[in-house]
Design a protein around this ligand. Structure first.
Ligand SMILES: Cc1cc2nc3c(=O)[nH]c(=O)nc-3n(C[C@H](O)[C@H](O)[C@H](O)COP(=O)(O)OP(=O)(O)OC[C@H]3O[C@@H](n4cnc5c(N)ncnc54)[C@H](O)[C@@H]3O)c2cc1C
Ligand code: SF4
Ligand code: SF4
Length: 951
C-alpha cells in the first residue's frame, strides 16, 4: 500500500523565540531558562529520528518550581515536554514547545527496607539506582538495555522493559507509589492513605471522569476482551488501559495510567518501587537451529524451563555478528545459511539451584533439533562473549551505516504462536522495500522483536520508501494481533496508528483520558494521541555528513551520564549534534546562525571538554568525542601558540621547574597580589591559556633527578606533574610525594628500578596531545624514546609511570615511536600491586579509606590493582557510588575550575556524608581536584602504602 503524501523533513533555520514566553518562564524559574541557539539545537536531538527545535530549555530546581511551571503553562497555553535521559526512540522526548530538563536536579535515591524497596527521583539513571541496590542483592525490575543512560522518569513514563522483566517485573507491576504533579499543579502522593480522597477533593472532574471510564470499559465485553488480549503481551501503545481492569480506586487507576503515558498526563516527581533479587549464579548458552521455524517451535518448551531471558537472532543477525572484530571462533566457523539462534540465560540464587536448573534445561535441550550439542556456560568470559554477539549487533549495524543516514530501531510484539509468521513476513518486507542487513533480534520469550533500518530521511524517495514500509508493517503486526510498540513507547512514530490497534471505542477512551488529565493539552501535545494520519512522517531527522567521528553517532545519549561537563555546558552527544547543526546552517547559507553556533561552541564544546575519553567507554559505536575536540582545538589554535608549545617540548625540564617555582612563590606571596596578577594574565591572554591560581593550590614540587641502579628490572619515569605540584602532607608531616614513595617502596621490597639520565626533560606528551599540537608531541616522543632506549637498550625493561593519565600518555607516545622496539608501559599502581606489595609487611592499617579511581585508571583497567592496594592497607575501602571523572584533566581544572567543581559535586556530597581515615587517588591533578571539592586531603595510594609499611 502506498502512503498518499509525505511531509518534508525539518528545516535548518532556527525558528524565532517569543520574548514574552522567555520572560514568563524566567519569572517562574529564575536563572533556569536557556534559549541560545546552541541550547535549543542541542535539545532538538534525542535518540529518536525526529527533530523539533524547542523554544527554550527550562531546568527547574525542584518539584515546587515544576508545579509553578505547569500552572503557568496552563494559564498561558504554552506546551511543555519533559526531557530526562533523552534516550527515547519514538519521538516522545522532543518538542517545538518548551523542553523541561527533569534530569539535572532530580537525582535523589533512597534505599528502603534493606533494599526491598527504593524511592527515587526521576533524574536518576537505572544504573545509578541499581548500583545503590547492588550491596543489598537487589535491583529494579525494569531492565532496559539503555540502563546506563535512561532514567527513572523515562522508564516510568515509557513503561520501559528489557530482556528479563517481561510483563511481570516492569514498572506497571513493580511501582508501589508515586508523587505526581498534575497539569493543574496539584500534587498527589499516591502512597498517602487518603490519596484517593485528596484526588476527589482537589480534582473532582478528573476523579469522576476516571470512575466513569472504568465503568464504561468494564461493562463493555468487547473492550474487556481487547484489553485482556492486548496486555497479555508487552505493550506500550497508547495509554495502559489495563489500569481500569486491574484497579478500582481512581487514584490507583491514575498512577497506573501515568505509567507509559510519555509525559502527556502528569509529571512523576518521585517513584517508589518494589525491587527484585539479583541472582548471582548464572549460566548462558547459544542454541543454534538450522532454520527460524525450528527456533520458534522450540520456544514453548524453553520458556517452561524458566530462563530469565531468551534472545532471538535471525540468520542476518548471525551474518552481521560475524563481521564484528570480536566475533568468537565458533561463530566465525559457522557457515550461515538460514539458521537462527536463541541466546538463553538461567539465573538462580546459588550454585546448587543453578546446577539443578541447568540439568533440567539440558535434558529439555537434548530433544531439540540443534545444529550441535547444547552448552550452558557459567564462565564469565565465555558468557560475556556470548552476550557480545547479541549486544554488539546494534553497534555493528549502526556504526557501519552509510554517512548521512539515520538509524531507526523498531520494536514490535506478537503472541508467541505468531512469532514465526511475523518474522518471516518481516523478512519479506525488508526484501520488498530494499532494506538490506536489517537484522531481527529481540526478546523471543515475550514475542518482542526489534529490527533496525538505516534510512536517508532527507531524501524524498527514501522517505516514501520508509512511509510505505511503515504502512506494510502496521498491517502485518495488527493482522497477527500484535502491538506496534512493545517497549519503546508510542511517541510520534506510532501515534497515528493507536486507533487502528485498539478500535474506535478504546481510542475514544484514550482521548477522554487525555482531556481529563490535561484539558488544555499543554503536556507533550501530539505524542501518543494524534489525529494527523501523517504525524509520523513530519519533523524527521536528516543527518548531514560532517566528519568521521560525528557521522557514526546515532544520538543515543549513552555517553551523557559519564561526561564531566554534562551539568556545566554540553554533553558528548550535544558536542556532536551541534557539529551537525553547524554543518546544516552552513549548507543553508545561514551565516549568522553558523557564527553564533561557532562562538558558543568555543567554551561549551571545546574549552570545557576534559578530553578524558570517558564518552568512548559508554558509546556503543566507540566514539571518543574528546578526540574530536582535540582535533578541533588544534585546528583553531593560533600559529604562535603552536610554536610556543613546540619550543616548550624542547625546554620541558626548565618549563616544569619554572611552574614549580611559580607555585611556591605564589604560595608565599600575599594572596591578593597573586590573585591580581593572575587575573590580569587571564584577561590579557585568555582563560583557556592562563591557569586560574587559587590559594588552595599546593606549592611546587621537587625537580626530578636520575636514580641509578645496577641491575634494574624497570625504567621509572616520574611524572613532571610531581615537579610542578608538591605533595599533600603525610601522616608524619613530611609529604614526600608519590615519586619518592615509589622509590622507597621498591627499596623496601628489594626491587631495583632506575630513573634514567635526562628525566628532567621528559613528559608523557599529554599536554601537547590534548591541545592537538602534533609537532610538539612528536618532539617529546623522540626525546622520551631516546631517554628510555639509553636506560634500557632494545626496550628490554618495562617503563613505569606514577600518574595514571601519564601512563596512558606514555603508552601512546612510546607506541608511536618510529622504528623503536615496542616498550611495555605499566602504571606504578599495577606494578606495585604485582611486584612490590607481596614483599611488604603492612604494619599500620587504616580503618576506612575513600578511593577515587581516575578516568585513566578506569580505561586502562587499573582499578583492580588500586583496590588490591587499598584493601591491603585499610579495613574498609569505599569507591563512592557517585564516582565520576573529576574533569581536572591535566590543565582543564586549572584553566576552568568550574568544570571540576561541577564534575565532582555529587561525589563530594557523598564523601561529605561520613568520615574516612584517609582519601586516595592515583593522579596528582585528580588529587588536587578532589581535595578542593571535598575539603579532605587526597593523596596517591602509594604514599599511603609507604606509610602503612614503614618499619
Ligand atoms: C540504544 C537504545 C536501546 C534501548 N533499549 C531499550 C530497551 O531495551 N527497553 C526499553 O524499554 N527501552 C529501550 N530504549 C528506549 C529508552 O531508552 C527507554 O524508553 C528509556 O526508559 C527512556 O528514558 P529516558 O530517561 O531517556 O527518558 P526520555 O527519553 O528523556 O523521556 C521519555 C519520555 O518520558 C517523559 N518523561 C521523562 N521524565 C518524566 C517525568 N519525570 N515525568 C513524566 N514524564 C517524564 C518524556 O516527556 C518522554 O515522553 C532504548 C534506547 C536506545 C537509544
Ligand atoms: S557519541 Fe556514541 S554514545 Fe554518544 S550519542 Fe553518539 S553514538 Fe550515542
Ligand atoms: S572527552 Fe570527556 S569531557 Fe569531553 S565529551 Fe567526552 S566525556 Fe565529555
Amino acid at each position: 500500500m502506498t502512503t498518499p503524501h509525505v511531509l518534508s523533513t525539518a528545516t535548518s533555520t532556527l525558528p524565532p523565540v517569543d520574548p514574552g514566553l522567555l520572560a514568563a518562564l524566567e519569572a517562574l524559574v529564575p536563572g533556569g531558562v536557556r534559549a541560545r541557539a546552541s541550547d535549543r539545537l542541542a535539545y532538538a536531538h534525542d535518540a529518536s529520528h525526529y527533530l523539533l527545535t524547542p523554544q527554550a530549555v527550562v531546568t527547574p530546581r525542584d518539584a515546587g518550581q515544576l508545579a509553578a511551571l505547569l500552572r503557568g503553562s496552563a494559564e498561558s497555553g504554552y506546551p511543555l515536554s519533559f526531557r530526562s535521559g533523552g534516550t527515547s526512540l519514538s519521538g516522545q522526548a522532543s518538542t517545538a514547545g518548551v523542553v523541561v530538563d527533569t534530569r539535572r536536579n532530580f537525582r535523589r535515591i533512597e534505599v528502603l527496607d534493606d533494599g526491598a524497596r527504593v524511592r527515587v527521583q526521576p533524574g536518576a539513571t537505572v544504573r545509578q539506582v541499581n548500583t545503590r541496590l547492588a550491596r543489598y542483592g537487589r535491583k529494579l525490575g525494569p531492565d532496559p538495555a539503555s540502563e546506563a543512560a535512561c532514567t527513572i522518569g523515562g522508564v516510568v513514563a515509557n513503561n520501559s522493559s528489557g530482556m528479563s522483566c517481561g510483563i511481570t517485573a516492569n514498572t506497571y507491576r513493580t511501582l508501589e507509589s508515586a508523587v505526581l504533579v498534575l497539569a493543574t499543579g496539584t500534587v498527589i502522593d499516591t502512597a498517602d492513605h487518603d490519596a484517593d480522597d485528596r484526588l476527589r477533593l482537589l480534582e473532582p472532574e478528573l476523579y469522576a471522569g476516571l470512575a466513569r471510564l472504568r465503568d464504561r470499559i468494564r461493562t463493555d465485553p468487547r473492550s474487556v476482551q481487547i484489553i485482556t488480549e492486548q496486555y497479555s503481551i508487552k505493550n506500550t501503545m497508547g495509554y495502559g488501559l489495563n489500569s481500569f481492569l486491574d484497579h478500582h480506586r481512581p487514584v490507583d487507576i491514575l498512577v497506573h495510567l501515568v505509567i507509559g503515558s510519555e509525559g502527556t498526563l502528569a509529571f512523576v516527581a518521585e517513584a517508589t518501587f518494589r525491587t527484585v533479587p539479583v541472582h548471582s549464579a548464572v549460566a548462558t548458552g547459544l542454541l543454534i537451529f538450522d532454520r527460524l521455524s525450528a527456533a520458534t517451535a522450540a520456544l514453548p518448551v524453553l520458556v517452561d524451563s524458566a530462563p530469565v531471558s531468551i534472545e532471538l537472532l535471525d540468520a542476518t543477525s548471525l551474518r552481521v555478528a560475524q563481521r564484528d572484530p570480536q566475533a568468537t571462533a565458533d561463530l566465525l566457523g559457522l557457515t550461515v545459511r538460514q539458521q537462527a539462534a536463541l541466546l538463553i540465560e538461567y539465573a538462580e540464587p546459588d550454585a546448587d539451584a543453578l546446577a539443578d536448573r541447568v540439568d533440567g534445561a539440558l535434558t529439555t535441550m537434548a530433544d531439540l533439533p540443534l545444529t550441535g550439542a547444547a552448552e550452558l556456560s557459567t564462565d564469565a568470559a565465555r558468557r560475556a562473549d556470548l552476550w557480545h554477539i547479541r549486544k554488539g549487533l546494534f553497534a555493528t549495524i549502526a556504526g557501519n551505516r552509510a554517512p548521512g543516514t539515520t538509524a531507526l530501531l523498531e520494536d514490535i510484539a506478537v503472541p508467541l504462536p505468531s512469532l514465526l509468521a511475523t518474522c518471516e513476513q518481516l523478512t519479506d518486507l525488508f526484501d520488498r522495500h530494499g532494506y538490506d542487513d536489517s537484522v531481527i533480534f529481540g526478546h523471543a520469550r515475550d514475542g518482542n522483536i526489534h529490527f533496525m533500518l538505516s534510512e536517508e530521511l532527507g531524501d524524498d524517495d527514501h522517505l516514501q520508501r520508509y512511509a510505505d514500509f511503515t504502512e506494510d508493517l502496521v498491517t502485518l503486526v495488527l493482522e497477527q494481533r500484535g502491538t506496534l510498540k512493545a517497549e519503546h513507547g508510542t511517541g510520534r512514530i506510532m501515534a497515528p496508528f493507536v486507533r487502528r490497534q485498539f478500535g474506535d471505542e478504546l481510542y475514544q477512551v484514550m482521548v477522554e483520558i487525555k482531556r481529563l488529565c490535561d484539558p488544555q493539552s499543554i503536556l507533550n501535545p501530539g505524542i501518543l494521541i494524534n489525529d494527523d494520519p501523517n504525524a509520523h512522517l513530519a519533523h524527521l531527522k536528516s543527518s548531514p555528513e560532517v566528519e568521521q567521528e560525528v557521522d557514526r553517532c546515532v544520538e543515543c545519549g549513552y555517553c551523557e551520564p559519564v561526561c564531566p561537563s554534562r551539568d556545566l555546558t554540553t554533553t558528548p552527544r550535544q558536542r556532536i549534534v551541534l557539529r551537525r547543526e553547524l554543518a546544516r546552517a552552513e549548507a543553508a547559507g545561514d551565516h549568522e546562525l553558523a557564527a553564533e553556533l561557532r562562538r558558543e561552541y568555543e567554551y561549551d564544546g571545546l574549552d570545557t571538554c576534559a578530553a578524558d575519553g570517558m564518552c568512548a567507554t559508554a558509546c556503543p559505536v566507540l566514539i571518543d568525542t574528546g578526540r574530536l575536540v582535540k582535533r578541533l582545538r588544534a585546528e583553531q589554535a593560533p600559529a604562535a601558540e603552536r610554536t610556543a608549545w613546540r619550543a616548550a617540548a624542547t625546554g620541558w625540564g626548565a618549563g616544569s621547574r619554572a611552574g614549580s617555582l611559580a607555585l611556591t612563590v605564589a604560595r608565599h606571596a600575599p594572596t591578593a597580589a597573586v590573585t591580581k596578577i593572575n587575573r590580569l594574565g587571564r584577561a590579557l591572554l585568555g582563560p583557556d591559556t592562563v591557569p586560574l591560581w587559587q590559594p588552595d593550590l599546593p606549592g611546587g614540587g621537587r625537580a626530578r633527578r636520575p636514580y641509578p641502579t645496577r641491575d634494574p628490572e624497570a625504567v621509572y619515569l616520574p611524572a613532571c606533574i610531581q615537579t610542578v605540584f608538591g605533595p599533600e602532607r603525610g601522616i608524619a608531616g613530611d609529604g614526600i610525594g608519590v615519586s619518592e614513595a615509589l622509590l622507597i617502596l621498591c627499596a623496601r621490597a628489594g626491587v631495583e628500578i632506575i630513573v634514567p639520565d635526562g628525566i628532567g626533560g621528559v613528559c608523557c606528551g599529554t599536554p601537547w596531545k590534548s591541545k592537538g599540537f602534533l609537532a610538539g608531541h612528536a618532539a617529546m616522543r623522540d626525546r622520551v624514546a631516546a631517554v628510555v632506549a639509553a636506560a634500557s637498550p632494545g626496550g628490554r625493561l618495562p617503563v613505569i609511570s606514577d600518574a595514571a593519565s601519564c601512563s596512558e600518555g606514555f603508552r601512546a607516545l612510546l607506541g608511536e615511536a618510529d622504528g623503536a622496539e615496542p616498550v611495555e608501559v605499566l602504571d606504578a599502581v599495577d606494578y606495585v600491586a604485582e611486584r612490590v606489595l607481596p614483599r611488604l609487611t603492612v604494619r599500620r592499617r587504616l580503618g576506612s579509606l575513600a578511593l577515587h579511581p581516575t578516568c585513566s585508571s578506569t580505561q586502562s583497567g587499573g582499578n583492580p590493582a588500586l583496590l588490591t592496594i587499598g584493601r591491603a592497607i585499610a579495613d574498609e575501602v569505599v569507591v563512592p557510588d557517585a564516582w565520576g571523572c573529576c574533569g581536572f584533566a591535566g590543565d582543564r581544572g586549572l584553566l576552568h575550575p568550574e568544570l571540576t567543581a561541577s564534575a565532582t559535586k555529587a561525589e563530594a556530597a557523598e564523601i561529605g556524608r561520613r568520615h574516612f581515615d584517609a582519601y586516595a587517588s592515583v593522579n596528582r591533578t585528580c588529587e588536587i581536584g578532589l581535595s578542593r571539592a571535598t575539603g579532605h586531603p587526597y593523596r596517591h595510594i602509594l604514599e599511603l602504602l609507604d606509610e602503612a609499611t614503614r618499619p
